[in-house]
Write a protein that binds this ligand. Sequence first.
Ligand SMILES: *Cc1c(COP(=O)(O)O)cnc(C)c1O
Length: 383
Amino acid sequence: MKPDDFALATKLVHAGEIRPGVLGAVSLPVFQSAMFEYAGAAHYHDIKYIRLNNTPNHAVLHAKLAALENAEAALVAASGMAAITTGVLAFLKAGDRILAQETLYGGTHEFFTQHLGALGIGCDFLDIDDPASWPSRVRPATKAIYVETISNPTLQVPDLEAVVAFAKAHGLVSMIDNTFATPVNFRPAEHGFDLSFHSATKYLNGHSDIVGGAVIGRADLVQAALLKLDALGGSMDPHACFLLHRGLKTLALRVACQNESAFRIARFLAGHPAIARVNYPGLASHPAHARAARLFDGFGGMLSFELAGGVAAAERFMGKVRLPIIAPSLGGVETLMTRPATTSHLGMSPEDRKRLGISDGLIRLSVGIEAAEDLVRDFAQAL
Ligand SMILES: *Cc1c(COP(=O)(O)O)cnc(C)c1O
């Protein structure tokens, strides 16, 4: 059987692994060696050296991550932002432009709006809910389109099929940040996306103990990203590779649990009189529910909601919950809760937040792997 014949849960454990194991080891050891003995490498990029992203710990992750999304190739990086910035800079040069969804992850939004310009690269934002308006945003210099599978913190799901069709029609490289969905729930390459990015800090590693990133997609594009990463140097350390590798093996179990618990919590909150609004793609009330149900294998472990009592009620509620940890970030085994207006979206003007549906009282929840009934009981007592 080829690795492609196996289900994702099997690939998580077996794809890309060195067999028989190194000196008989069942688990791949961490190769904490900056350089390796010269073995006749003919090209600079083939010299075995951590920054050149080719130690055994890197190679195994690259093969496994590509298999997970049924893509041709993959590359790990020192952080999600290292993956995104390196991936984007591998294709765009001075004079080029990129089209992007407006509700991007804060770090990506800042890179696109504050840093690309200095390199002579322009960014145009799209009204992602209005595909008919997209063609008017394309200019001769436009080379790429960039979206997120599920947006933060309002959990919108763009028309991803329309994005791919639009990219193909206009000859653009299509890029997607698939962090929130994970390869368990959505595999961009299967839908025609050229490149997908992950913050491996989140679900892929899943234990809130490293930063890391990944670029997954077409072999020629990943190779270009690799050459750029070799030059820029945002390479993943072997010890982080080792932890990511270990964390990845349980991704399917964790995400299945998180999908189910988040759905249960979303339904509980939606039915509670103290709750004004719940954003979760699994709920029939979500504007893109039908699309999410068609494209995704699960609705994910992220949700956001507003209390009827606004900011004051949100503050009281967050002070009363016992299990969720009040902290930014997401995708770990522990449930995390944050108010985006005070953390991830603090840098955005109040007018922009309002326009994008991010009220001051909005609470974002990253559901962990605790027993769902304990989380529901905790929310019930806090409400
Ligand atoms: C966290 C995050 C990033 C950035 O990843 P880092 O590992 O923090 O650099 C990018 N995109 C999304 C959707 C994220 O949640």
